[in-house]
Design a protein around this ligand. Structure first.
Ligand code: SAH
Ligand code: SF4
Length: 393
């Protein structure tokens, strides 16, 4: 099999949704339909099911209640029944670090003892939560720390939405009965830019985002959610249709030769194929611009010729180009482009009519910046043979 046709295997562990007989089912992460089924299976009369779903949903996702005893509009008996059959369980916060610039990084422990990282980036009048979709990543982009992590498992929908709940807990962002609604939200935006390739864990990511967007809970608009993909072409249309959020793509190179090296999934779906899928995205999702992420690597992808090629390639796609100065990690094989180079590159793109913001690295002192995330338990660098075996590339 040659490299271009080799399948990308997803050697990931998916843990069962329901706990073994006798165990309590975690309600976090169930869709409305799944919650309904669970409540009915526990003995809720069919006729009441819709109302009960609405009530429990509001307690969990609007008020942030974690204890059935606090669900005061439910009868005592019903609360006892719920407590007997269900639990409301969030990922456990192992460490919480706060950067000098206010960025917060949470190391969370999930079932099986695995760990993932979530980063909160406060900005003026808004705040972005960067969440993970997998433990590690099956892909092996050569500039990304997460890609060097051996172990990979998909997060459940509950573990994905749980990261939003953990952040709101820590920031004290749940409404209080009787108090006016806070105008400025602390977690106003969610980006799927943490660990993992979200489109390789599609169903769980979609279900979690449906919960985040639900109008009776966290109520984040789909335009405040950005999913970043390395370019899993067959799932891009589905992302538009079934989630409808904004899309960012890890572009990073302007020739297949260089992109093959930086983002190896390019060997499966090359630049032209990827651009084809991106051209359809705004129409399918009824959204605006696509964000092209472009990591600035000294002497690798940062020349004026690259900038000009980039502009040509994306012609006709409503786009913004987000330049990311490379963030180093222990043992990383690249260097960050010089500041003048990044500015010159940005200028060419800007003059061609595209917004070209340079992403200021946030939380570098706590290794919270883009591409630096990795479980503390998992520091070993993969060998080339292991990478090849796992990705089929
Ligand atoms: N797996 C997804 C989302 C997570 S990565 C994806 O690849 O799109 C979020 C962004 O950070 C991606 O654009 C990724 O390419 C970039 N990134 C990864 N490592 C980086 C590093 N060391 N420095 C700067 N950006 C990096
Ligand atoms: Fe995975 Fe994204 Fe890192 Fe590539 S950049 S290894 S796709 S997390």
């Amino acid at each position: 099999m040659n490299e271009a046709t080799a399948p990308i295997t997803q050697d990931v562990v998916t843990i069962p949704r329901k706990l073994p007989e006798g165990g309590r089912v975690n309600l976090i992460g169930l869709t409305r339909d799944e919650l309904r089924d669970a409540l009915v299976a526990a003995g809720t009369p069919e006729k009441q099911a819709k109302m009960r779903v609405g009530q429990v949903w509001q307690w969990i996702y609007h008020w942030g209640v974690r204890d059935f005893a606090g669900m005061s509009n439910l009868s005592k008996d019903y609360r006892a029944l719920l407590a007997d059959r269900f639990e409301i369980l969030l990922p456990e916060v192992v460490t919480r670090q706060v950067s000098a610039d206010g960025t917060r990084k949470y190391l969370l422990r999930i079932a099986g003892g695995h760990e993932v990282e979530t980063v909160y980036i406060p900005e003026e009048n808004r705040g972005t939560l960067c969440i993970s979709s997998q433990v590690g990543c099956t892909l092996t982009c050569s500039f990304c720390h997460t890609g060097t992590q051996k172990l990979v498992r998909n997060l459940t929908a509950g573990e994905i939405v749980g990261q939003v709940l953990v952040a709101r807990d820590d920031l004290g962002e749940w409404p209080k009965p009787g108090e006016p609604k806070n105008e400025t939200r602390l977690v106003s935006n969610v980006v799927l830019m943490g660990m993992g390739e979200p489109l390789y864990n599609f169903e769980n990511v979609r279900n979690a985002m449906k919960i985040v967007m639900d109008g009776e809970g966290l109520t984040l608009s789909r335009r405040r959610i950005t999913l970043s993909t390395s370019g899993v072409v067959p799932e891009i249309a589905r992302c538009a249709e079934e989630i409808g959020c904004l899309l960012a793509v890890s572009f990073h190179a302007t020739t297949d030769e260089v992109r093959d090296r930086l983002v190896p999934i390019n060997k499966r779906w090359n630049i032209e194929t990827l651009l084809g899928a991106l051209r359809d995205y705004p129409r399918l999702s009824n959204s605006e611009r696509i964000t092209f992420e472009y990591v600035m690597l000294k002497g690798v992808n940062d020349s004026d010729a690259d900038a000009r090629r980039l502009v040509k390639l994306i012609a006709g796609i409503p786009a913004k180009i987000n330049l990311i100065p490379f963030n180093e990690w222990p043992g990383s094989p690249y260097e960050r482009s010089d500041w003048e180079r990044i500015e010159a590159f940005a200028d060419i793109i800007y003059k061609a009519g595209y917004a070209s913001p340079i992403r200021t690295p946030r939380g570098e002192d706590i290794m919270a910046a883009c591409g630096q995330l990795k479980s503390a338990t998992e520091r070993a660098r993969k060998s080339r043979a292991e990478i090849a075996a796992e990705t089929g590339l």
